[in-house]
Every structure is written in structure tokens, then in C-alpha cells.
Design a protein around this ligand. Structure first.
Ligand SMILES: [Fe+2]
Ligand SMILES: [Fe+2]
Length: 326
């Protein structure tokens, strides 16, 4: 087998630690502690699942986009999310995970995805607000992951972040258009969508630091570069001026600039709601997983055909073995 299944020795452990300390990358061929591998598989799989499930809330609006231009933008965006899922499943495979197994765990409810995608999209303004807030929060979370210590994950994140920034801008541009050139009813739609998505967006950063048992180890391994609360604060600080420019009110009466801290203070997050939604009891959990399961079942013939084709191809073209990408 590969080097990754080698038993730990002091030399291997020291080499691993030295690589981390020097801010160099761990690559699939390198020895790594089992805990590091498991943590990464969990994080990368959860991230991949979020990208794929995240296609659903907005995909819901593709057929009802108000213009050809908006439809083309939304299609491109949702398709990008599928691509992000694929990069990330590939990154998980470099750690020895099996993609079919990860998909099975997702559709059986044994692996999680971001709680945010369990909320419904009620109007086209939600498409704008998701781009602005949800992709905006994703960017805050993910830009530091471009420096994650695991090479394939970090490199995947570079491209993903470029696309997320397009997603954020398309959302903001849509909202600007609705606010500046729209009707009174459209402005109300934007405010209503903002009211519904603001708190769930803050929950995207995960539990507060004092209730996040894996953070310290992930930071020591440089899998994670900032704590949940640090990233959440960064997101709030970035978003408040954007809300002002847009002319919407963020639904938090405690939101106020704190000159001593040099940051915005904000109200208490409803962590009971977060726990409920993340553990399966949000407004759309059952629907999201059922739809993913249906898509998986409906795609069985495609996987079967691709597998049969690959088997046939490898039988008849022994000369081309070098080009199989194995
Ligand atoms: Fe994405
Ligand atoms: Fe995105």
C-alpha cells in the first residue's frame, strides 16, 4: 500500500510536524497521523456535500428567473457549485476516502452539510441574498483555507474562492438592481429575504469557540487558520457597510459599532435553532436529502454505463494502459 498506511515512527511524526511548522504542504504521498486524515476527510466531505446540496435552494428558481440574463447567471452559478463539489470529493479521495461511500453517508443522513441549505427560498430576492450573504460567508470561511496545510484541499480552494467571489457579486448586483430600480414591492422582497437569511448566515461559521471542541486541534494542524468566532466577526464587519449601501436593515437591534473593540457588536445567536437544523430538524432537511437520494437513484444507469464502458475500454486497449489516469 501507499506510504499513508505506514505505522507511525518518531521520524515520520517529526517530519510531519516540521512540514506543518514551516507552513509547507502535506501531500497525499506523505505520512500523516490518522487523526489528521480523519479530521480532513470529515471536513472536506462535509464541504463537498454542502456544495452539492447547496445547488437545490437556488436551483428551485432557475425555471422562474425573471429574464434570460438572470437565468443564465443563475444556471452558471448553480453549475459552479456542482464543480466545487467535484473538486472536493476528489480532494477527499486523495485521503483514501471513497466517493460512493461519502455519497451513501450523505443520503443516509450519516454525514452533515452546512445548516444554511435547510432553509427555503421563498422569492427571487432570495437568490440575491444567498449570493450576498451565504456566498459572502462562504468566502470568509474559505479564503483562509487556501492556506490549509493539506495540499489538494488548499489548491482546490483557490479556484473555488475565485468562483465564490463571482457568486457574491452577482447576488449583490441583483439586490442593488432591485433596490435602486425596482418597485416598492421588490424592495420589500429584498428586506424580507435579508430578515430571513441574516441569522442563518451567521450560524454558517459554526458553534461559538467555547463550544467547538475540534477547533484547537484543527488550528494546531493548520487545517483551520482562524476560529469560528473570529471569522463570524470578520463577516459582520464586512457586511454591515454593504447593507447600508444597499439600503436594507439587518434584523438585529443590538448591532452597533464598538469603537473600543474596533468591531461591530451583535446580538446573541439562537444556538438551539442551529443545533436543531444541523441535526436534521430544519425546515427543509428531509426534502433536501430526499431530493439528493432521488437524483442518485435516477443516475444509477449513468454510473452503470460509465463503469461498463470503462471495463470494456480497459479490456480492449491494453496498449493504452498508461493513459488511463490511474
Ligand atoms: Fe461553492
Ligand atoms: Fe457559491
Amino acid at each position: 500500500m501507499t506510504a499513508d498506511t505506514e505505522a507511525a515512527t518518531p521520524e515520520l511524526e517529526e517530519h510531519f510536524q516540521r512540514t506543518i511548522d514551516r507552513d509547507q504542504r502535506i501531500e497525499p504521498r506523505d505520512w500523516m497521523p490518522e487523526g489528521y486524515r480523519k479530521t480532513l476527510i470529515r471536513q472536506v466531505a462535509q464541504h463537498a456535500h454542502s456544495e452539492i446540496i447547496g445547488m437545490q435552494p437556488e436551483g428551485n428558481w432557475i425555471t422562474r428567473a425573471p429574464s434570460l440574463r438572470r437565468k443564465a447567471i443563475l444556471l452558471a452559478k448553480v453549475q459552479d457549485e456542482a464543480g466545487h463539489g467535484l473538486y472536493l470529493y476528489s480532494a477527499a479521495e486523495t485521503l483514501g476516502a471513497d466517493r460512493a461511500d461519502l455519497t451513501r453517508k450523505l443520503i443516509e443522513g450519516r454525514q452533515k452539510y452546512s445548516s444554511i441549505f435547510n432553509y427555503p427560498t421563498l422569492s427571487f430576492a432570495d437568490v440575491g441574498v444567498i449570493g450576498w450573504l451565504v456566498d459572502g460567508a462562504a468566502i470568509c470561511n474559505q479564503v483562509p483555507l487556501c492556506r490549509s496545510s493539506y495540499g489538494p484541499y488548499a489548491r482546490g480552494m483557490v479556484r473555488i474562492c475565485k468562483e465564490e467571489s463571482f457568486h457574491q457579486r452577482q447576488g449583490y448586483e441583483l439586490l442593488m438592481t432591485m433596490m435602486r430600480r425596482g418597485t416598492e414591492a421588490q424592495r420589500r422582497m429584498v428586506q424580507d429575504a435579508t430578515d430571513r437569511w441574516w441569522w442563518p448566515s451567521l450560524m454558517m461559521f459554526g458553534p461559538p469557540d467555547h463550544d467547538s471542541p475540534n477547533t484547537a486541534q484543527s488550528m494546531a494542524w493548520k487545517v483551520k487558520r482562524h476560529t469560528n468566532d473570529e471569522l463570524r466577526q470578520r463577516f459582520v464587519d464586512m457586511t454591515v457597510p454593504q447593507a447600508e449601501a444597499l439600503g436594507v436593515t439587518l434584523p438585529d437591534p443590538e448591532l452597533a459599532w464598538n469603537p473600543e473593540r474596533g468591531h461591530y457588536d451583535f446580538g446573541e445567536i439562537d444556538w438551539d435553532e442551529f443545533k436543531r437544523v444541523v441535526s436534521g430538524d430544519g425546515p427543509c432537511n428531509a426534502q433536501r436529502v430526499a431530493q439528493r437520494r432521488r437524483a442518485h437513484d435516477d443516475g444509477a444507469w449513468v454510473r452503470g454505463a460509465a463503469t461498463a464502458y470503462a471495463a470494456k475500454h480497459s479490456d480492449t486497449s491494453h496498449d493504452h494502459r498508461g493513459s488511463q489516469g490511474l
